[in-house]
Ligand binder design. Structure first.
Ligand SMILES: *Cc1c(COP(=O)(O)O)cnc(C)c1O
Length: 375
């Protein structure tokens, strides 16, 4: 997608906020616990390479991504830290991953067999580093039986092309107040741990929610995602044990301002009708930028005042009702602070009936990311 560099609409990322969030998280970790920054999906929409650099400065010692391409992009940019691909990678890329020192997630013996065949065909200079994923109750990927895990361990020990580097699991309810299911998963994971002859270098279970609210079982590595961007993994359900600073702001400008008379209609379907003489402003971004159509009726900030989005949101533009005349070029804040008021990603998510994760990673490449410097 073409990036809109000649349009006044930008995502502004506060790198210092990310740095502070990571430093704060590290300060709260138990001793001998590493923090790896989860930078999948373009760092939750914040920008892969810029966030990775800031995370590295802040003390993150590795990265987690969802797909091999994200790991390759980090290597290509010169990052030398360990990188773990959290999703299932096709075994046909085993040699490529080994050559690039990228760790892959393994959840079955069948995968190991296929990867060994590939590594025999295209030998790599280094062994392929693998992390065993255990399905302790998430029901997504990973070994489901301790015996299968033990057999996989045996297989790895018999092949020098493979190196077991990690064992991990993922919790389904770490962000919830009721910890019954969480405890069940912890119990299952312990049984898997016992099935291994030797524990690998990294044993990890913690996403952001686990590291915030269940620190005791963090293992020796946490996979910090949403919290490093300053967002509460539970939405607003649970209080944070320490403050986090949101890093993402979305700003634009009024590109057209007009006064309309009572009865004037606005937008596709003519769904809005002015009830009196009103000032209407046009904002130059829309659902093609990730500002979802269902946000009709939500608001933005102009000069510290909440202005309602009126009419349907178009692909590239939407209209707002202004409390008074404002000049073209007046700043419009969709996410962030403006004149002492704030609209958060959580506010947007609440209105759109989803979670802030989805709002953040739905912003498309048409919106340029601008980076404020770290201290
Ligand atoms: C995405 C992901 C994380 C990070 O989750 P957050 O809630 O953003 O901290 C950690 N582990 C796995 C396996 C993931 O898929």
């Amino acid at each position: 997608m073409i990036s809109g560099t000649h349009r006044p609409a930008q995502i502004i990322i506060d790198r210092q906020a990310i740095k502070t969030n990571i430093q704060t998280a590290i300060a709260h970790l138990p001793a001998h616990t590493e923090l790896w920054a989860v930078v999948k999906a373009n760092a939750y929409g914040h920008g892969l390479l810029q966030v990775a650099a800031t995370a590295s400065h802040a003390g993150a010692t590795g990265f987690c991504v969802a797909i091999l391409d994200e790991a390759l992009a980090l290597r290509q940019a010169g990052f030398t830290e360990p990188i773990l691909v959290l999703g299932i990678t096709s075994p046909e890329y085993a040699s490529l991953a080994a050559t690039q020192t990228i760790s892959l997630t393994v959840g079955s013996q069948a995968w190991l067999t296929a990867a060994l065949a590939q590594l025999a065909k295209a030998p790599a200079a280094n062994p392929l580093k693998i992390h065993f994923a255990v399905d302790s109750g998430m029901g997504r990927i990973g070994f489901r039986e301790p015996t299968a895990l033990a057999m996989a361990e045996k297989m790895v020990r018999q092949h020098s092309q493979l190196e077991l580097t990690g064992l991990y699991t993922h919790f389904a309810t770490a962000d919830e107040a009721d910890s019954a299911y969480f405890k069940q998963q912890v119990h299952h994971f312990k049984q898997f741990k016992k099935a291994l002859k030797t524990l690998p270098r990294y044993v990890h279970v913690a996403n952001s929610a686990t590291s915030l609210w269940h620190q005791a079982c963090a293992g020796n590595l946490v996979r910090l995602g949403v919290a490093l961007y300053g967002l509460n993994p539970s939405g607003s359900d649970q209080a944070l044990p320490y403050p986090l600073q949101p890093a993402l702001n979305l700003e634009t400008e009024l590109v057209f301002v007009k006064q309309v008379t009572a009865g004037s209609k606005i937008g596709y379907g003519a769904t809005y009708q002015a009830s009196q003489t009103e000032w209407i402003g046009t904002v130059p971004l829309g659902y093609a930028d990730g500002w979802q159509r269902r946000l009709q009726g939500f608001h933005v900030l102009v000069a510290g005042q909440f202005c309602e989005i009126v009419g349907r949101i178009c692909m590239d533009q939407f209209m707002i009702r202004l409390p008074q005349k404002f000049p073209v070029g007046t700043k419009v804040t969709l996410i962030g602070q403006n004149g002492g008021q704030t609209i958060s990603l959580q506010d947007v998510a609440n209105f759109a009936k989803t979670i802030h994760y989805e709002i953040a990673c739905n912003f498309t490449d048409r919106l340029p990311r601008v980076y404020l410097p770290e201290n």
